[in-house]
Ligand binder design. Structure first.
Ligand SMILES: Cc1cc2nc3c(=O)[nH]c(=O)nc-3n(C[C@H](O)[C@H](O)[C@H](O)COP(=O)(O)OP(=O)(O)OC[C@H]3O[C@@H](n4cnc5c(N)ncnc54)[C@H](O)[C@@H]3O)c2cc1C
Length: 297
């Protein structure tokens, strides 16, 4: 019988002194080295034999990757190596970006959240990543270090497929920056898992809503869906319906149906594709209703 868990291979642990050193090393060893932070995704891949590497490069703690900074004029920057528990307990995040807190709290267990980082959750590029939806609806942009210099990558165009992003060898995500959130916004993340803790989402629905005088309906809703497409999915048609038509239960149901129609899920060990589609419709309706009830008040 084939051993499904061959165990961790021997590899070298590299601890660069600077981001430049890390980027250079990663380029020199393209194909045999990867950056890591918490390691909660990397070590599983290595253990299962999905990756065959010679080097793991620890980029945690380099140049501000552990910091959280909030500025009331410019918004929030969270270092890529900040673990989920720190996000859950940070007063500025709880106060100004509560949807990030809510999403981070749903990641696995307390123990895992003390290692799992927000940067790792994003760079792992799993369509099921729990914090990605909140980062998208808050308009997050990634700060990326490379040997050519620094650049910003909007999350909207970052994901290319399961485990695939626009990052090139030597690119290191250092932090994620968010603009100030819309005034009076309300957020909701509903995660459907096989159990209450420590499992990836069968589906996940993130909704952020706020009063908006530029929208015909008087409200804007941002939506991101997890585990229903090769990349985290923004159902644009559903968002448009909610911006254009006067809000009521029927319009919310119409938008939830549009969200369901935009999904292209797969069958896997967690669920059938069909179940995922129906749960997206039901949970999108629930999340939109919860948010709308609160912003109307
Ligand atoms: C038991 C278990 C339960 C889990 N449950 C959940 C869950 O409920 N929800 C969920 O969303 N996830 C879950 N995960 C997945 C994982 O914990 C998260 O995705 C976590 O946030 C990854 O962060 P990390 O720092 O450990 O990433 P790492 O393993 O360090 O890295 C992940 C990926 O990102 C790349 N990377 C890391 N840092 C950088 C960087 N700075 N720049 C560029 N690329 C980088 C790595 O090369 C790798 O490809 C679970 C994992 C386990 C083992």
């Amino acid at each position: 019988m084939i051993n499904p868990h061959p165990g961790l291979p021997e590899l070298e642990y590299v601890m660069p002194a600077s981001l430049d050193e890390a980027s250079k090393f990663l380029i020199e060893h393209t194909g045999e080295a990867k950056p890591f932070m918490g390691g909660t995704d990397c070590f599983v891949r290595l253990r299962d034999g999905a990756w065959n590497l010679k080097y793991l490069v620890n980029v945690k703690g380099l140049d501000g990757t552990n910091e959280i900074r909030f500025d009331p004029k410019n918004g929030l920057t969270i270092g890529a190596a900040v673990p989920m528990n720190k996000i859950v307990s940070h007063p500025d995040i709880n106060k100004h970006y509560p949807l990030l807190t809510e999403a981070a709290r749903t990641v696995a267990s307390y123990q895992l959240r003390s290692r799992a980082t927000i940067g790792g959750n994003i760079c792992n590029a799993s369509p099921a990543g729990d914090t990605i939806g909140a980062c998208i609806v808050y308009g997050g942009k990634l700060n990326v270090h490379s040997i050519k210099g620094k650049r910003l990558e909007p999350l909207a165009s970052f994901f290319k497929g399961p485990g695939k992003t626009v990052l090139e060898p030597g690119d290191i995500v250092t932090s994620i920056s968010f603009p100030l959130p819309p005034p009076n916004h309300v957020g909701r993340y509903i995660k459907l898992g096989r159990n209450k803790i420590s499992d990836l989402a069968i589906v996940g629905v993130t909704v952020l809503g706020y009063p908006d005088s530029n929208a015909k309906s008087g409200y804007t809703f941002k939506i991101a869906l997890a585990s229903v497409a090769p990349v985290p999915l923004v159902p644009l048609k559903a968002e448009q319906i909610l911006a254009d038509k006067p809000l009521n239960e029927n319009i919310i149901s119409e938008a939830a149906q549009a969200a369901m129609d935009s999904c292209t899920p797969i069958d896997d060990v967690r669920s059938s594709a069909r179940y995922r589609k129906y749960m997206i419709r039901n949970l999108t309706r629930q999340a939109l209703t919860d948010v709308w009830q609160k912003i109307k008040k």
